[in-house]
Design a protein around this ligand. Structure first.
Ligand code: ADP
Ligand code: MG
Length: 559
């Protein structure tokens, strides 16, 4: 039976053209979505070298007939829409008929498939610039697609693809996202022989969240559900204490399709009001079910964004949903003014301006006795020709960063090590676990005794003494977020080490709000003076500002 049709030209031109496959993760996403469209209940993904060498996606979906197999890899062949009108009410992931043809064009692809009622299956092998070959194949019901040497035919694309770890991270993110929107479908993801994701069939969303995002998130989610005339919202939101510095754990689905939507993401976070810290983001896994005709999924080549017919009403729905959920959970709610977001934004311009300021300051020994502390935040001292203002946290951060770097170069830990009385197991989301694994060696050199213990689980046995008695789980999770955001400190060590050191410096430095004794203030300034790159903190903020007498005189119109 033939179910795949050629799309007429006028529909083809209606479909936004664009890049479908830009890296292994997007190829895998297309394949897995095809499996879901085919009604699969279990999907296996097996990878080598971040998917660049080999990708295999196996499903137990309805399969393809011989006739369908013969044309499925041609451009604009799809079984999912037939008329122009279908474009307005798309329920499947696919509809453009572009994925298989795009991937086939840049790889060596083999498609095996067997229909539910067929005696045996067929396979077609597609090698670039060669005629496709079709033959019978003994496989179970379903489809198995193998892609070898992705992008090998286009060196230019290959250059944009990062190392296999980075690609793996994108793949894990993509699979985590898809697996969250289909809790009833089982997934297994293997990379170079290691199981990275393994979730069984028939889970409910709560079990799925726990399995994919780890204990910490899994145990602190609240169910959320709300309905208005514009649609229905369902899922889970994290308790306020889960909010973190990254949006990595925000999952939004619209009619089962994963999208990113900044206004919704902001609305959810803002609806927590003062319950969560400025510059942190709520954690959520939320699905919106909207009438198909009120969402346009055809605005983005990889379908990662959608356009809503009633955007304001959708935001209202989200806000009401969060507010109601917080109330239901007896979490006191306080609404914050609309200036809230403005306050959250960091103004980087001052930092940039001061970065290049390299006038040496001249602190006389007698001035050292006169350092005062302002609002437990700034140190103020007279200099030979003006006043000096120092940001105590930024300054200390820089001093420690230089110390840690020095220690690291001489390859010993940054000081004493504190052995935890009881080792701590930390269970993480798969994508976090990859980031931590990437940095584990550096952390070990710095005095952390941390190692992979099981699938996505690490064992922490010791920390550098400076971190003694901290909340270690929180520390590690902040560390992962910093590494993910790629905060850079601009020194010459490799990026991993440098960022790790900057993180350590930041988390061990005196904070804004810490009172300092007079001799501590003095030591801080002396050390900052001796610091080779003392003008900014490792993240580029200024550590100090000097105002000369000349400038003061001008301000007071003495000159
Ligand atoms: P689209 O998904 O937009 O229709 P694709 O190029 O991804 O386009 O796939 C082309 C066609 O191949 C699909 O419409 C479907 O009929 C068939 N197909 C692809 N993958 C599978 C699969 N895993 N199981 C069954 N059929 C598939
Ligand atoms: Mg498809």
């Amino acid at each position: 039976m033939k179910t795949i049709n050629h799309l007429p030209h006028h529909i083809v031109s209606k479909i936004a053209a664009g890049e479908v496959v830009d890296r292994p993760a997007s190829a895998i996403k297309e394949l897995v979505e095809n499996s879901l469209d085919a009604g699969a209940t279990y999907i296996q993904i097996i990878l080598e070298q971040g998917g660049l060498k080999k990708i295999v996606v196996k499903d137990d979906g309805k399969g393809m007939s011989k006739e369908d197999l013969e044309i499925c890899f041609l451009p604009h062949t799809t079984s999912k829409i037939t008329t122009e009108k279908d474009l307005d009410t798309i329920q499947s992931f696919g509809f453009r008929g572009e994925a298989l043809s795009s991937i086939a064009a840049v790889s060596h692809m083999t498609i095996k498939s067997r229909k539910t009622d067929a005696e045996h299956g067929y396979m077609v092998e597609l090698i670039p610039f060669q005629e496709p070959t079709l033959s019978s194949a003994g496989i179970p019901v379903g489809t198995e697609i193998e892609i070898k040497d992705l992008f090998s035919t286009i060196p230019a694309r290959k250059k944009f693809v990062k190392d296999s770890r980075t690609e793996l991270r994108h793949i894990v993110d993509a699979i985590t996202t898809i697996a969250l929107s289909f809790p009833r479908v089982g997934f297994i993801l293997e990379h170079d022989g290691n199981v990275i994701v393994n979730v069984p069939k028939e889970q409910n969303l709560q079990e799925r969240i726990h399995a994919l995002l780890g204990d910490d998130i899994g145990m602190q989610m609240m169910p959320i559900t709300h309905e208005s005339q514009y649609g229905r919202l369902n899922g889970f939101i994290g308790k306020p204490q889960l909010a973190g510095s990254s949006r990595a754990h925000q999952y939004l689905f619209v009619n089962n399709r994963s999208i990113t939507h900044l206004p919704i993401s902001r609305t959810v976070t803002e609806s927590f009001g003062s319950l969560i810290e400025p510059r942190t983001h709520a954690v959520f896994v939320v699905s919106l079910e909207l009438p198909y005709e009120s969402v346009d999924v055809n605005v983005h080549p990889r379908k990662e964004e959608v356009a809503f017919a009633y955007p304001k009403n959708i935001l209202e729905l989200c806000e009401e949903a969060v507010v109601t959920t917080l109330k239901n959970n007896n979490i006191t709610y306080k609404k914050i003014s609309s200036d809230f977001m403005k306050e959250r934004g960091m103004d980087g311009s001052t930092a940039d301006m001061l970065k290049d300021m390299v006038t040496p300051w001249n602190l006389k020994p007698e001035n050292m006795q006169e350092i005062s502390q302002l609002h437990n935040l700034y140190l103020v001292a007279p200099t030979a020709d003006g006043i000096l203002l120092v940001d105590q946290h930024a300054a200390h951060e820089r001093i420690l960063f230089e110390q840690f770097k020095e220690a690291f170069r001489n390859s010993h830990a940054t000081g004493a090590v504190f052995e935890l009385p009881e080792s701590l197991l930390i269970n993480l989301p798969a994508s976090d676990s990859i980031i931590l694994d990437e940095h584990a060696e550096t952390l070990q050199k710095l005095g952390f005794d941390i190692s992979l213990f099981g699938v996505n689980t690490f064992k922490l046995c010791a920390v550098p003494d400076v971190f003694k008695d901290r909340n270690y789980k929180e520390l590690i999770s902040e560390f992962i977020n910093d590494m993910r955001e790629g905060r850079n400190s601009g020194s010459k060590l490799d990026r991993t080490t440098e960022r790790t050191l900057a993180f350590m410096a930041c988390r061990t430095a005196v904070k804004a709000g810490d009172p300092l004794a007079p001799d501590e203030r003095k030591r801080l300034l002396e050390k900052l003076l001796a610091c080779p790159a003392g003008y900014t903190c490792p993240h580029g903020r200024p550590t100090h500002i000097e105002v000369s007498m000349n400038e003061l005189d001008k301000m007071f119109k003495r000159k």
